[in-house]
Design a protein around this ligand. Structure first.
Ligand code: FAD
Length: 514
């Protein structure tokens, strides 16, 4: 293995890694794709939208971490998840599909040509080799009540919430017919697999250098414990927001304190590695909905068989849904419409004990209850990823630490309660006073699983880790392309933006053409 020299070594076969490997292999490049997991996404649970939640408790498909204590959230430690295997987080995610806001994309990536968003959008939606669909998922009577209520308060119905700051629509999913279908299917169907060596169960430890050039990746086979070095002309880190910065630190690139804890000699001082971690802090407002069967009921007893029958006969079935059915955007808090105050709400058709998510997968409660999920789309709060002295991973999203974010969370909560009342429901419990809101936000906020920012892109080497062409500042042949390069959010979700960034990387490298 160590004698062969590939054109590209791609570390991580997730959303970004698969897209890069696919395009490079189709352009004739020899690629080595290094992935710590071994699943190829062929489990039937990967195919059925509702059941993919079951994979969250299975360490073949999902690694779970516990965050550092969140001082803004009653000092709670929260589950943080990372999909593994060929497909990465795209195999276990909620499948909710939004590319985002062109205006934000242009602001966040101001150093790219203005036409970039439209160019890449065309590659996603009009790919001649792959019929990618975004479809509405499941909806029911409860959903319709909320649609009517939103109409009554003059929130407009729209066909797609991308680029809309006030409006509602049924939720968009990556499905085809009734099955999950996203760009990992594109990889399986269209990559030139002959040109890709896939190293499964293989963890990249650190980058190997020749002077200031990255020349290879030192890896460990997790089964045999054998160490190997993969040599390549270009190295691309696509290991995601948690792992890509850690690989840089273990390779001597980062803040000297972090590099020292990682046990590596300092190769290149880079203060921003592992910093600027952002996530959507997602809270839920639970409410009783007596008389309406939610997922809590429909996944039990005879109702379960009925739903499954409807699913296999392609009818509207709860199995077609990741749980949320309806989405609305609101940005007019305090009567001012501002994209900075944009909040996304989801009607979630179940209630669950979310703190057990990583250990038990999704477990629905029995009560006839649903919830409104809510998050600020462009939060300012930032945290970090690092290693401690014992090499343990420290994840600190620092949720709702920024005053603006906290105040907006309160407003969003009140507005959610108001909508519930208008729809004829009440939050479980009694009247809300300010203290209850604070306590609810403190106890009901969890990760939105949209981690970004730990290797942020910048046109200035003093404020980012990679330049506008994804190259790590100060090192030749070394690139990062995954969700970690996003300096800020461009969308309510992170899957399609990460895919867009990977397509831009491929356009830059000549692996993809217009
Ligand atoms: C539970 C969950 C639900 C989500 N729901 C949605 C949703 O509904 N809609 C949406 O748009 N987004 C959603 N997301 C977010 C979205 O899936 C991610 O933002 C996106 O997949 C990130 O892509 P990536 O390429 O950066 O990383 P990933 O897809 O996470 O891939 C990283 C890959 O690198 C591998 N890796 C890491 N370290 C190493 C190493 N040292 N050596 C070898 N391999 C390594 C990992 O095993 C993994 O396969 C969700 C995420 C999660 C976790």
């Amino acid at each position: 293995m160590s004698h062969q020299r590939y054109d590209l070594a791609v570390v991580g076969a997730g959303t970004a890694g698969l897209e890069i490997a696919k395009n490079a292999s189709m352009s004739g490049y020899k690629v080595c794709l290094i992935e710590q997991g071994y699943s190829e996404g062929k489990s039937y649970l990967n195919k059925i939208p509702l059941l993919s939640g079951k994979l969250l408790q299975n360490d073949k498909h999902c690694l779970s971490f516990i965050s550092k204590k969140q001082s803004g959230l009653e000092d709670r430690e929260l589950p943080i998840l990372q999909g593994i295997g060929f497909g990465g987080s795209s195999l276990i995610n909620g499948n909710v599909s939004y590319l985002g806001f062109e205006k934000r994309f242009r602001e966040v990536f101001s150093f790219w040509p203005k036409s970039m968003f439209q160019r890449v959008k065309k590659h996603i939606y009009h790919n001649p080799n792959f019929s990618y669909n975004r479809e509405y998922g499941y909806s029911d009577e409860l959903t319709n009540i909320f649609c009517k209520t939103l109409n009554n308060i003059a929130v407009p119905e729209v066909t797609d919430l991308d680029n809309i700051i006030e409006g509602w629509a049924k939720i968009h999913l990556n499905i085809q017919g009734s099955k999950r279908y996203n760009f990992s299917n594109d990889f399986n169907e269209n990559a030139n697999h002959k040109n890709i060596e896939k190293l499964a169960s293989t963890r990249a430890i650190k980058i190997v250098f020749k002077d200031n050039y990255a020349s290879g990746v030192e890896c460990e086979n997790l089964v045999t414990k054998a160490k190997i070095t993969v040599n390549a002309k270009k190295i691309i880190l696509s290991a995601g927001t948690i792992f890509s910065p850690l690989i840089l630190m273990r390779s001597g690139i980062g803040d000297p304190k972090d590099v020292c804890k990682a046990g590596a000699p300092l190769k290149f001082q880079q203060e921003h590695v592992g910093k600027h971690l952002k996530d959507h802090a997602n809270f839920r407002i639970e409410f009783d909905c007596i008389g309406f069967d939610t997922l809590n009921q429909k996944t039990r007893g005879l109702k379960l068989f009925n739903e499954f029958f409807k699913y296999i006969t392609s009818k509207n079935s709860i199995f077609k849904s990741p749980g949320a059915t309806l989405a609305w955007n609101k940005s007019s808090f305090n009567k001012k419409v501002s994209i900075n105050s944009l909040v996304r709400y989801h009607l979630v058709h179940f209630t669950q004990e979310r703190s057990l998510l990583s250990s038990n997968g999704i477990k629905f409660q029995k009560a006839q209850r649903a919830s409104i999920g809510c998050f600020q789309v462009f939060p300012k709060s930032e945290g970090s990823i690092s290693l401690d002295n014992k090499n343990n991973i420290q994840i600190d999203p620092n949720y709702l630490s920024n005053k603006f974010d906290r105040a907006l969370a309160h407003k969003a909560f009140r507005s959610g309660i108001d909508l519930l009342k208008r729809a004829g429901f009440a939050k479980s419990g009694k009247n809300l006073i300010n203290d209850d809101i604070e306590q609810n936000i403190g106890s009901e906020t969890f990760s939105g699983y949209h981690l970004i920012g730990t290797n942020r892109m910048s046109d200035d080497k003093n404020s980012g880790v990679v330049d506008g062409s994804f190259k790590v500042f100060g090192i030749n042949n070394l690139y990062v392309c995954d969700a970690s390069i996003f300096p800020d959010f461009v969308s309510t979700h992170q899957y399609l933006p990460t895919l867009a960034a990977s397509k831009i990387f491929c356009l830059n490298q000549g692996f993809l053409s217009d």
